[in-house]
Write a protein that binds this ligand. Structure first.
Ligand code: ADP
Ligand code: MG
Length: 630
């Protein structure tokens, strides 16, 4: 437009736009989800500000989203009465600043084989999905902070965009209007049925009304003309037959087609958490999961809990546990993990990333709505408030309880034998090596166990509960998916056994074959294998489970039954004397590299073993620390 300036997209944005434009495998529908979610964010912002300053709403009091389609001009428009953008904000938000999300998005896309941009929203670059369906995108916006309404415009495939004052003047009271000039092959987004279906799907949980302007052609009687007025004398019904017939003919009015427009609100009851849980289907919960997870953490939630907390502080909440590791956790970028739940106060969104979960539960997503929180304080003050602290505590307990429920769920039944698995006599001929069903918790634990161990280290208040959720491989587990809990381990300890034997090391194979295991195998004593790097920290910080100390078997101090110990002691005494020349010689040979050389009470196959002192680092810890270059 006239008087507008041209800006170049930053290189990263340009690169990403190329990917979006050329992505063949994408479900293009998602552009609408991104536009509605941006509009909803903008509305949340103004609603939040207006709670303390109602005058900010000015003339534009309705907070809503409206979608229009125009088949003649092949345009689709999404309009909101949200916070709007100034010219500077448009330049910044829609093109020049390569936000950190862009880089991650490009990286994630190049890692997946197909250019599936479905996760675009997750990286904070959802707006650009409009170029999946549009040749040209126009954004008009009016902010309270700017007297002039501005337009941003960009043509698909060009490396520039334009921003300038809107030649139409201030047509929007406040808010943003995004117009997509649809591509040739995007005609489907001009169909009211398609649009209605998409809007219903993507706005179901948006807490602002979303309406679609429907074009309707209706037949209405043509305006009466003067001619009819002259017919007045015929009003008299007492006239003859002929006249009556004429009258009937006249009464059938001439019709004409008129186009009318009417907005129909598509989303009706958005606050799912406020509804009675008995009437909410699993599908609805899963759809809401998509909203709160923004696609990060798997297509499906693993499980959820929906509850109302009552007492001094009342709130409603739905907490979800994801089925897949969120992107940042997969990448090991803990600091990048968006840690937060959606917090509402009386259905006003305070933040969609409100810190209500400790670091180790950052994968838990969901919503909290409380009537007891003040609306008129800023986020930081709220974060520090006593009420929020109490809510946090309760949420953590609920999240742990949810995981406990997952862990203790009954094993799913094996599938009925298939036809091929039954012989002619009707006997099952299932092959021995057919893989058995895995408990869903084990599949989940393999991904999230690390976080739970972190919890045992960080959260001493909930440590006992968290430890019960851990699962380990031991010298007695069998195969890839056989794990035991600490409680199971304790239940099958030897009568004399007081401590939990653990063996930290790099790989299962190395541990299994190690000479350290000989004494335990000989005595049929179970040993837990600690092969995660975090296990050493867990061991160092947690130290025991339900009164039983962890004992690192690579260190000194392992004791078996009294009987066993007595025999060993007596034998050691004899041997100590007998082998004195050897131990003396070895001590001299190794000098200060070893702290002492002694007769072992627990060697099997190996003639000698190097072990760590009870209070020093284990060899494994040394290895980990070397790897981390401490
Ligand atoms: P995200 O929504 O994750 O921030 P997007 O690419 O979807 O990323 O949007 C980029 C930015 O553009 C938003 O953060 C917001 O500042 C601005 N924006 C987009 N749409 C609107 C809108 N309808 N009203 C106000 N600002 C908007
Ligand atoms: Mg967005």
């Amino acid at each position: 437009p006239e008087g507008s300036s041209s800006f170049a997209y930053e290189a990263e944005v340009s690169k990403m736009l190329d990917i979006v434009i050329n992505s063949l495998y994408t479900n293009k529908d998602i552009f609408l989800r991104e536009l509605i979610s941006n509009a909803s964010d903008a509305l949340d912002k103004i609603r939040f500000l207006s709670v303390t300053k109602p005058e900010l709403l000015g003339e534009t009091k309705e907070l809503e989203i409206k979608v229009d389609y125009d088949p003649d001009n092949k345009t689709l428009t999404v309009r909101d009465t949200g916070i709007g953008m100034t010219m500077d904000e448009m330049v910044k938000n829609l093109g020049t600043v390569a936000r950190s999300g862009t880089t991650n998005f490009i990286k994630a896309l190049s890692e997946s084989e197909k250019n599936n941009v479905n996760m675009i929203g997750m990286f904070g670059v959802g707006f650009y999905s409009t170029f999946l369906v549009a040749d040209r995108v126009t954004v008009a916006s009016k902010s309270n902070e700017d007297d002039t309404q501005h337009v941003w415009e960009s043509v698909n495939g060009e490396s520039n965009f334009h921003v300038g004052p809107d030649p139409r003047g201030n047509t929007l009271g406040r808010g943003t209007e995004i117009t997509l000039h649809l591509k040739e092959d995007a005609d489907q987004y001009l169909s009211p049925y398609k649009l209605k279906e998409l809007i219903r799907h993507y706005s179901e949980f948006v807490t602002h009304p979303v309406s679609l302007r429907q074009i309707k052609t209706v037949k209405v009687p043509k305006e009466e003309d003067e001619f009819n007025e002259d017919d007045e004398p015929k009003k008299d019904e007492g006239d003859d037959f002929e006249v009556t017939e004429e009258k009937v003919k006249e009464k059938e009015p001439e019709m004409e087609e008129v186009t009318t427009y009417e907005y129909e609100q598509i989303n009706t009851d958005p606050a799912i958490w406020a509804r009675d849980k008995d009437v909410i289907t699993d599908e609805e919960y899963q759809e809401f999961w998509q909203v709160v997870s923004k696609g990060d953490g798997g297509q499906k939630a693993e499980d959820w809990t929906h509850f109302t907390a009552e007492g001094n502080i009342n709130f409603k909440s739905i907490l979800y546990v994801p089925s897949e590791l969120p992107y940042a956790l997969q990448q090991g970028q803990l600091d990048q993990m968006v840690n937060g739940l959606r917090l509402y106060v009386r259905k006003v969104l305070i933040s969609d990333e409100f810190d209500l979960m400790p670091r180790y539960l950052s994968f838990v997503k969901g919503v909290v709505d409380s009537d007891d929180l003040p609306l008129n304080v800023n986020r930081e003050t709220l974060q520090e408030s006593k009420i929020v602290k109490i809510i946090k505590k309760k949420l953590v307990r609920k999240a742990i309880e949810l995981i406990r429920k997952m862990a203790t769920a009954p094993m799913p039944e094996e599938d009925e034998p298939t036809e091929a698995e039954i012989d002619a006599e009707g006997n099952s001929i299932i092959p021995e090596d057919k893989p058995k069903k895995i408990h869903p918790y084990i599949s989940w634990y393999k991904k999230f166990g690390l976080s739970l161990k972190m919890g045992c280290i960080d959260d001493s208040a909930n440590r006992d509960k968290l430890q019960k959720l851990l699962r380990f491989k031991t010298s007695k587990t069998d195969g890839e998916n056989d794990y035991v809990s600490l409680q199971e381990y304790v239940d099958r300890m030897k009568d004399w056994q007081k401590e939990i034997y653990v063996f930290p090391g790099e790989s299962m194979k190395a541990l299994k074959e190690s000479s350290f295991m000989d004494a335990f195998i000989e005595r049929d004593v179970e040993v837990i294998y600690f092969t995660d790097a975090i296990d050493e920290y867990y061991l160092g910080n947690v130290r025991e489970f339900s009164g039983h100390k962890f004992r690192d078997i690579t260190k000194e101090g392992v004791k078996f039954s009294d009987e066993d110990e007595n025999v060993a002691k007596r034998r050691a005494k004899v041997y100590a004397e007998k082998f004195k020349p050897l131990t003396k010689y070895l001590k001299k040979l190794y000098g200060s590299d070893v702290s002492r050389v002694s007769i072992s009470k627990r060697l099997g196959r190996a003639p000698a073993i190097v072990s760590a002192s009870e209070w020093g680092n284990s060899a494994n810890m040394d290895r980990i620390m070397r790897a981390q270059a401490w």
